[in-house]
Structures are given as structure tokens and as C-alpha cells.
Write a protein that binds this ligand. Structure first.
Ligand code: F6R
Ligand code: MG
Ligand code: MG
Length: 368
């Protein structure tokens, strides 16, 4: 049996340059140094360090499987060390923001950082697309993953490729109850949509082809639900495998031609369009946004990462960006009104309850 390959992306916001804008070059350089050491020690086979806005992304190829303690502990310690050695001395903004514990305690997923991992036996050629987003939440992947793996108007292969004609199984996580359910599509697409249309609660975590072949994995951590209060957004990551019996790379990217509305803009409290951008433009400015997503393509070989191809660095996505700017203007004009501002259930985890608390005693009872 050939050794299986695991691709892990583990990310955290551990402080950034000028408010919540971008990761500092010294943080990236320090992360490179630590990952190079991990490669030399044999812990990992290959790596890439990048950022989407204020989130530092550690992408690793290795052969240790999913949920591996050594990999998780390494990533945790890397985030801690970069916080101590770079973020704090430079007084970067919100240094160590996503690290919700003092020391690693066995499962990085409940400690702040976001994780997406896929373990697989490499095919003759194995393309993957790694997505990372800023100023949004894990449910932001629901719409594009549904389009790619369940909508024949997006993915021609669902109709014309016998390898995927039977459909995919979606694992959906209830992030409030910590429960998951698997739904068979296309048979259960209406049930699936009944859940994932509420992206703040139900998030797609894994997708398998009907024969069990793993096709996608997404992070599901919601910081506010771990900490019980707003501590920054849960800017998510996702890995999608493509081609040869799976959706093509172009079918994986196609949903992003429509900048759908996601939660997480400004103070984690507003809806805005998800704008597909190149790495160079993965930095939030206007009203701390609008929310952005990058897509990096790799050919995986023996757990090594060939790439990245910066897939949204393409005029074919200019129209989506223009549409996102239109939608941003339209929503911004609502100011503090819903639906630009999130609904009350989501606002519970922000600082708004403190403001409302002050008014509590001023309410007088009136008749019906
Ligand atoms: C952070 C984010 C930002 C901040 C905002 C206020 O991910 O989305 O919009 O919430 O800049 O930040 P503080 O409260 O740290 O001044
Ligand atoms: Mg931040
Ligand atoms: Mg962020």
C-alpha cells in the first residue's frame, strides 16, 4: 500500500498590520523559518505560508493523517512563538487574537485556530484548490460547495461524467449543538438546502463521492461559540480536490463568479459580498472589507505541493469583483440597519448586548 498523503491547512489571526488589515511580512518570514525547520526534521514533507488579510495560513503536506497531534501541536506552538517574537514586540494589532488558550491541550480545533484537512491516496495526478477567506465565517463555503458538488447548472460533470453522475454525500455540522449529519445528494438536496441555507449554524464540513472518495473538507470553528463572546471572526479555510472523476478546477471556481452575501464584515457584525481576489489583493480595506476569498491551486505529488497557481488572479473574475463592489455600495447605504447589520441572534456574540443593557431600565410597561 502506498503511503497516504495528508494536506492540512491550519490558520489563525495572531495580529496584523494597521488594524485588522494584513499579516506583517515579518510574521510570514518567521512562519517560513519554522515550517522549513519542520520540513528538515521530517515532521512535514512540504509547506506554503501565505495570508488572506489578517489571517496567517500554514499549508502543509505530510503523511501523518488527519487530526495528528504532532502536526496540531507544531502549528499551535508556531502561532504562539510568532505572537511572542513578532506580533507583540511590533505591537501589531490584536496580537495573538485567535489563540484562546495558554498552552496546547490536545485538540487545536477547540482552541481558536481554523483547520481543514484531507487524507488521500494520491492519484496519477492530483490537483487541489485551497481556499482561504477573510472577514467571514465557515458557512460562507456552503453556497459555493453546494454549487460545485450538487448543482448541474454549475457543474457540467454531474450530468455528463459517469464518475460523478451518482452524486456526493455532504457532511453538515451544527456548530451550536456540535452534531453532524450526512446527506446523500442529489436524493436529499432539499434537506441539505433546508440546513445549509442557515450558514451561521449549519456548515458543510466534508464532501465524499458516492463511492467514499474524499472530495472536500472545510474548517468549522466559530470562535465566538468557543469563547462565548466576540473575539474576532472565524475566517475559514477549505480544501477541494478536482478533476478526473471529480468536478474540474473550473467547476470548483465557477460559483465565485457570483459574489454571494456572507456574514462577517465590519466587527463581525455585517453582511457583505464575498469578493474573489488574487493574493496581492487579499487585504481588507473598505469598512474593513468587503469580505475576500483567495483560491490557490496545487498539483500534489508525494505530499509535495507544486504551485501555487493564484486562481482568482484573472480578468475572468473582474465582473464578480465589480458586482461585489456594487453590492457593497448597496448594502453600505443601509448603515446600521438589517439586513446589512446581522440579526439579533448573531449580534448576541458581539458588544451590542452591552449597549442594550444600559437601556434596560428605561423601558416602561405599556398596555397592549
Ligand atoms: C476583525 C474585524 C474588524 C474589527 C474592527 C474593530 O476581524 O472584522 O472589522 O472587528 O476593526 O476592531 P477592534 O474592536 O479591535 O477595534
Ligand atoms: Mg484581526
Ligand atoms: Mg481575519
Amino acid at each position: 500500500m502506498p503511503q497516504k498523503t495528508t494536506i492540512s491547512i491550519i490558520k489563525a489571526d495572531i495580529g496584523s498590520l494597521v488594524g485588522h488589515h494584513v499579516v506583517h511580512p515579518q510574521q510570514l518570514a518567521y512562519a517560513e523559518k519554522l515550517l522549513e525547520e519542520a520540513k528538515k526534521s521530517g515532521l512535514i514533507v512540504d509547506y506554503r505560508v501565505f495570508n488572506c488579510g489578517d489571517d496567517l495560513e500554514l499549508l502543509m503536506g505530510h503523511q501523518r493523517g488527519e487530526n495528528n497531534l504532532e502536526i496540531q501541536e507544531f502549528a499551535w506552538n508556531a502561532f504562539k512563538e510568532i505572537t511572542e517574537k513578532v506580533s507583540k514586540p511590533l505591537k501589531l494589532y490584536a496580537a495573538g487574537q485567535d489563540l484562546l488558550a495558554d498552552a496546547f491541550s490536545g485538540n487545536i480545533k477547540g482552541m481558536g485556530p481554523g483547520v481543514a484537512e484531507i487524507e488521500f491516496e494520491e492519484r496519477a495526478a492530483d490537483p487541489i484548490v485551497v481556499f482561504a477567506a477573510d472577514k467571514t465565517e465557515p458557512g460562507a463555503w456552503n453556497y459555493p460547495l453546494y454549487k460545485t458538488f450538487a448543482d448541474p447548472f454549475n457543474t457540467a460533470g454531474l450530468v455528463i461524467d459517469p464518475a460523478i453522475h451518482d452524486g456526493f454525500d455532504f457532511t453538515v455540522m451544527d456548530v451550536y449543538e456540535h452534531k453532524e449529519v450526512q446527506l446523500r445528494c442529489p436524493l436529499e438536496i432539499y434537506d441539505l438546502l433546508a440546513l445549509i441555507g442557515t450558514p451561521g449554524r449549519y456548515c458543510i464540513s466534508k464532501i465524499h463521492r458516492r463511492d467514499g472518495f474524499i472530495a472536500a473538507a472545510a474548517s468549522t470553528s466559530r470562535l465566538s461559540l468557543i469563547a462565548g463572546r466576540y473575539v474576532g471572526k472565524d475566517d475559514p479555510v477549505c480544501i477541494v480536490r478536482a478533476q478526473h472523476g471529480l468536478p474540474a478546477v473550473g467547476e470548483v471556481l465557477e460559483p465565485y463568479a457570483f459574489p454571494h452575501i456572507v456574514a462577517g464584515w465590519m466587527r463581525g457584525s455585517h453582511h457583505g459580498p464575498l469578493m474573489p481576489v488574487s493574493l496581492k489583493n487579499a487585504r481588507c480595506t473598505r469598512f474593513d472589507g468587503p469580505p475576500r476569498v483567495v483560491a490557490l491551486g496545487f498539483q500534489v505529488h508525494d505530499a509535495q505541493l507544486e504551485g501555487p497557481a493564484d486562481l482568482f488572479d484573472d480578468p475572468a473574475f473582474d465582473k464578480a469583483r465589480a458586482m461585489a463592489n456594487e453590492a457593497a455600495d448597496y448594502l453600505r447605504r443601509h448603515g446600521p440597519f438589517m439586513p446589512h447589520r446581522l440579526g439579533p441572534e448573531e449580534m448576541e456574540y458581539t458588544t451590542l448586548p452591552k449597549v442594550l443593557e444600559k437601556l434596560k431600565d428605561r423601558f416602561r410597561s405599556v398596555g397592549p
